[in-house]
Design a protein. Structure first.
Length: 262
C-alpha cells in the first residue's frame, strides 16, 4: 500500500518483493529515482520486507518500524548491512500503542500520521529459529491507523490479524476505511499444501463465528476491503460461493491498483 498527502511524496506500507514493479507508478517524469519518500512496516515477515533490498540504490528511504521489527531486519535478514553498502540506513522506531508522524530523508513531514496498534503475533520464522521470544507488547505485528495531518478521516491497515483485540476493535469503530487481513477463507485451506492452518500462520480465517467476516459485519459504517489474500483463497474466483458470501456482507475483495481518496 502507498499513501500520500500531496500526491508527490509517498509512504509505502510494507515493501513486498514486487516493489520494483510497484515503484514504476511513482517514477519522476524524467531521470532516475522514485517518489517513495519513506517505508513503514507492519511486521518483519519476508513478504513485507524483501523489497527493501530493491530500494537500495542511492540509499534506501527511511524505514519506520517497531523495535522487534527493526531488530529482525538487522540481525535476522541483514538488511542494515546490505543497505549500508549503498548509503545511510535511516531506521526510525515506531512505538506500539502510540501515535507517530512520517517524514522524508531530509526530515520534511509527509503530512501523514499514524496510530500504531500492537497485535497478537510472533516473530517471523527466521527469528524463531534464532530463539527469539514473542514480544506482542513491543509489536512483532502491528496495524496502522493512518490519517492526514489535520484531517479527521482514518484508514485502518491490518494485513496480519491473529486475534481481534479491544484496541483493534476501538480503532475499527472510528475508521472510515478498513483494510483487513483476508489471507485464508477457511482455517484448513492451507493444510494440504503446508501442513499448517491459517491460524497456525498468524491469520484469522474469514469464515466462522470467530472469523473476520463476522467482525467486519459489525462495522458496516466503514468501507471494508480484504487485503493480503493468499492464492489458495477461493474469494479470488469471481463466481465462487465464498466470494458471494463476502460481498453479501458489503465487504470488497482487494485488487492491485485500487485507489482510495479519503
Amino acid at each position: 500500500m502507498a499513501v500520500s498527502g500531496d500526491g508527490e511524496r509517498w509512504l509505502v506500507v510494507n515493501a513486498s518483493p514486487d516493489i520494483r514493479l510497484q515503484a514504476q507508478g511513482f517514477a519522476p517524469s524524467s531521470g532516475r529515482g522514485s517518489k517513495i519518500a519513506a517505508v513503514a512496516l507492519t511486521s518483519a515477515d519476508v513478504d513485507h520486507t524483501a523489497g527493501l533490498f530493491v530500494l537500495r540504490e542511492g540509499g534506501a528511504p527511511p524505514i519506520y518500524a517497531t523495535s522487534p521489527v527493526l531488530r529482525a531486519l538487522d540481525v535476522g535478514l541483514g538488511v542494515n548491512l546490505v543497505l549500508s553498502a549503498f548509503g545511510k540506513v535511516d531506521a526510525r522506531e515506531l512505538a506500539a500503542g502510540a501515535d507517530g508522524a512520517f517524514a522524508d530523508r531530509e526530515g520534511r513531514p509527509l503530512g501523514i500520521e499514524a496510530r500504531v496498534v500492537a497485535l497478537s503475533g510472533r516473530p517471523p520464522p527466521y527469528m524463531r529459529l534464532r530463539g527469539e521470544a514473542p514480544d506482542a507488547a513491543g509489536g512483532d505485528t502491528v496495524a496502522l491507523v493512518l490519517w492526514a495531518t489535520g484531517g479527521s478521516a482514518r484508514v485502518l491497515y491490518a494485513p496480519g490479524v491473529a486475534a481481534l483485540g479491544a484496541e483493534l476493535e476501538a480503532e475499527a469503530a472510528r475508521s472510515s476505511v478498513l483494510l483487513v487481513d483476508g489471507t485464508c477463507f477457511s482455517n484448513e485451506e492451507t493444510v494440504p499444501l503446508v501442513g499448517r492452518t491459517s491460524a497456525d500462520m498468524g491469520h484469522l480465517p474469514i469464515e466462522g463465528e470467530g472469523g473476520t467476516l463476522a467482525w467486519l459485519g459489525r462495522h458496516a459504517g466503514a468501507r471494508r476491503i480484504y487485503v493480503h489474500i493468499n492464492n489458495t483463497n477461493p474469494v479470488l474466483a469471481r463466481e465462487s460461493r465464498e466470494r458471494r458470501e463476502v460481498e453479501a456482507v458489503g465487504v470488497e475483495i482487494g485488487e492491485d491498483g485500487v485507489e482510495l481518496t479519503v
